[in-house]
Write a protein that binds this ligand. Structure first.
Ligand code: NAP
Length: 275
């Protein structure tokens, strides 16, 4: 048996956790515990596989957990279980972060800003046309962020009715995935699960459209998806899902602790684990 990476847990240690299902491969415990350790904070982070969401959320309040990360499949349903929802999370329609403020559970969304920070490291978004592939939770957060930053999102999805529903809320263009051949755009974002391990040989796009555009893949496992590899081979600038993951985690960390997150440490441990 491997020795446990033990630390001193006391009666005043604050507990944070991720809830979702499945949860076995989550990188959140790794990234948050590394950040807590680095800053010497008396916090610990664990993962809970949760089926019974309402009961789990009642338990969070009853046991006084400090912060919760929410992942698939609970990001929408959890909203009905909270005391308050921050206006941006309500507009996006999904919560990925809960903060326990003196017994009151408040819901936030850090996915949108995590994605925008990752993108803004590489590109000025104002006035750009951005094709978003997908219309699920990640696509909703990213399309909202693009609008917020003055870019024009175009939503393309396998199920066109879902693209239409998302686009109508944002007043932007939409269509099926095949429409990409007819569009002129500055960046393209994969917010579908296509290309995610174990189907890492798949890509949502024909590489012929990847010319003089920035390519952002929200999928972070594998670290370099086929889409990112082909974009690099075509000479395109790229942003990986790792950048979004670490930035959204850093924003969660700041909401829970009130301290600036050690972004470089969080990036290093995540990249090492995925490599
Ligand atoms: P979701 O709500 O379940 O949405 C999944 C999306 O993928 C839908 O638009 C779905 O299209 C599309 N899709 C699934 N299989 C497809 C296929 N075979 N061909 C074409 N489209 C397909 O999931 P989500 O929460 O938005 O997550 C989407 C991706 O974002 C995941 O890979 C996740 O890892 C990634 N993500 C990354 C981060 C990060 O921090 N890097 C954070 C959140 C999510 P239909 O509507 O037609 O079903």
């Amino acid at each position: 048996m491997k020795p446990m990476n033990c630390r001193k847990i006391t009666a005043s240690t604050q507990l944070c956790a991720i809830i979702g299902n499945p949860i076995g491969h989550s990188l959140s415990p790794l990234v948050h515990n590394a950040a807590f350790r680095h800053l010497g904070l008396d916090y610990v982070f664990v993962a809970f596989r949760v089926d019974r969401l309402q009961e789990a959320v009642r338990g969070i309040a009853a046991l006084g957990l400090k912060g919760i990360s929410v992942t698939i499949p609970h990001k929408v349903e959890v909203m009905a279980c909270l005391d308050e929802i921050e206006p941006v999370a309500r507009r996006i329609g999904a919560v990925n972060t809960i903060v326990n403020r003196d017994g009151k559970l408040v819901g936030y969304n850090t996915d949108w800003n995590g994605a925008m920070r990752a993108l803004q490291d590489k590109i000025e978004l104002q006035g750009k046309t951005a094709v978003v592939l997908g219309a699920g939770g990640a696509a909703r957060a990213i399309a909202f962020g693009l609008k917020e930053k003055g870019a024009e999102p175009v939503i393309l999805n396998r199920t066109v009715s879902k693209a239409e529903e998302l686009a109508s809320g944002l007043t932007c263009r939409f269509g099926g995935l095949e429409l990409i051949d007819k569009l002129s755009f500055d960046l393209v974002i994969n917010a579908t699960s296509v290309g995610m391990s174990p189907d890492a040989d798949r890509t949502p796009l024909n590489r012929t459209v990847l010319k003089n555009v920035l390519v952002f893949d929200t999928v972070y496992n594998p670290l370099k998806t086929r889409l990112i590899r082909e974009a690099e081979e075509n000479g395109c600038a790229t942003v990986t899902g790792l950048e979004m993951f670490v930035n959204q985690a850093a924003l969660q960390f700041e909401l829970w602790t009130g301290q600036t997150a050690p972004l470089d440490i969080m990036k290093q441990v995540t990249a090492r684990e995925l490599a």
